[in-house]
Ligand binder design. Sequence first.
Ligand code: ADP
Ligand code: MG
Length: 596
Amino acid sequence: MPIKALPSHLINQIAAGEVIERPASVVKELLENSLDAGARRIEIDIERGGVSLIRIQDDGSGIAADELTLALSRHATSKIASLTDLENVATLGFRGEALPSIASVARLKLCSRAAGADSAFQVEVDTDGTLSPLKPAAHPQGTTITVKDLFFNVPARRKFLRTENTEFNHIFKAVQKQLLVAHSVGLSLRHNRKTVLEVGPAATQDQQQQRLATLLGTAFAEQTIAVDANAIEMALHGWLGQPTAARSQPDMQFFFVNGRAVRDKVIVHAVRQAFQDVLYHGRHPVFVLYLTLPPAVVDVNVHPAKAEVRFRDSRLVHDFLYSTLHKAIAGVKPNALPSAANHPPTSTEPLPAAPAQVFNQHHQQSRVPMQVAEQIQAYAALYQAANHEPVTAPPAPESTPELPPLGRALAHVHDIYILAESARGLVLVDAHAAHERVTYERLKTQFAAQGIARQPLLLPLTLVVSPQEADWVEQNPDLLTAMALELNRAGPDKIVLRSAPAVLVSADHERLVRDVLADAQQHGQSAKVQEACHALLATLACHGSVRAGRRLTLDEMNALLRAMEATERSGQCNHGRPTWVELTGQELDKLFQRGR
Ligand code: ADP
Ligand code: MG
């Protein structure tokens, strides 16, 4: 066949193949346009999962009559005019592709009245891509886009559509995601004329928290750890679900970069690493996080549906995310009561004198010297909370004002649970899970303090790898040394391992090295050695911990309670299950209907 330029209708259909995968993609693109137009109120009507109708009305800036047809042509946009604009783009759209793409695979009608104009106009796109003449129409300021019979001319795409409910579910998720970041907009979503979602604008922090509860459920909103951290030119805020709220699917993970919802390998990796040893294998953490950084250091033009970004320095972003989240999670300790748990530990707040004394009394023997300030602080929060109980709560007994957070042990129930009396009520502890956690954290601390000891292999291990991987090995001796790996290049595509971490003598060295190299290729670094060492320490901790079935003495139980108070992440066992629960005096009163 001779070479021919494709007709523009076909070009648009090809572009639609990438941008419009299913009804939810149409909703996403149209919603982005409404938000870019500064809408404060958006109405979305969906029929039959979006296949027969998608209609979005907004009260944004609208489109001038003489630009209506331009809005529907390919590569026409009001959002950027130069490459510099693209590098600093602050709008969600910039490719000028959505409207013509949608119009090429559905029946589209565009009706709009620009701010200040005295009438609205509408234009329709015919099935062959030609535009109807402009017609005056009745419409308040803003834009309505009506999309009917999606994929009527693309049978291949129609075949991939799922049930009406599944498609609507995808639409719901797309809307939900935008609402988590577009706080100032109010929106209603109807499916088959039934209202499914109705939210008002959320200006204040409280309203945003309320919106979070509406969109993700009260359970999530109440059990979160707030994150708020700043670095040079970068900031991260949002909410992390407690490790115990993790899910079997990664379906509640929302990440926004400069207000744009994205999925990104660097981000996923950093988050997973931060949750690494508080999550049971295969569980997925829950989070809503907002990263802001200068537009110039993130490339948003790497994906047709704008669902991915590329960071100029992905390592920097990775490390910032990891350290911020890791610290926020580490703050979840027994003494972090609900109120304290809502705030990540910061070391800048002044410490009241009295709680520091309490701290000294109970923690002199602590063998975990890390982040003492944090511990003191969480303690301070606890003691404040304990002393400021509302009047309805039973007063703490006068005789025991010095009761530590997890209280004093009374009994080892069924040789499994420690029963303790705390200032607020009763505490129950799963002794094995708690001991395991404490031992594990202690092993990790010792391990970190001593560095990773290295031991030569009996037989050096030669591996065939890619030339890029061999290059990386040659260029990163320091990183490898820090991981206690003595690894050298032995040819264009060969490397030799001569020593490995001593704790991993009996590990699968080949797999370890291959994992390290795979990570290094993707992220420029690897936590695999540390992960493998931690996994081993976790096993040691499990074997070295008290078994159910052995009765502990009061002294042993109290020692364990005190160790838990001093240990990071001791609110969960190594598998993400809770290690302790508390029944407050109020809850006990309720059980016995006292005070009614
Ligand atoms: P992009 O969003 O990348 O610019 P689109 O094809 O989505 O490309 O939209 C083309 C243009 O149409 C936009 O640049 C904008 O000027 C205009 N437009 C689309 N939707 C709206 C809307 N809801 N309100 C105001 N203007 C809109
Ligand atoms: Mg757009």
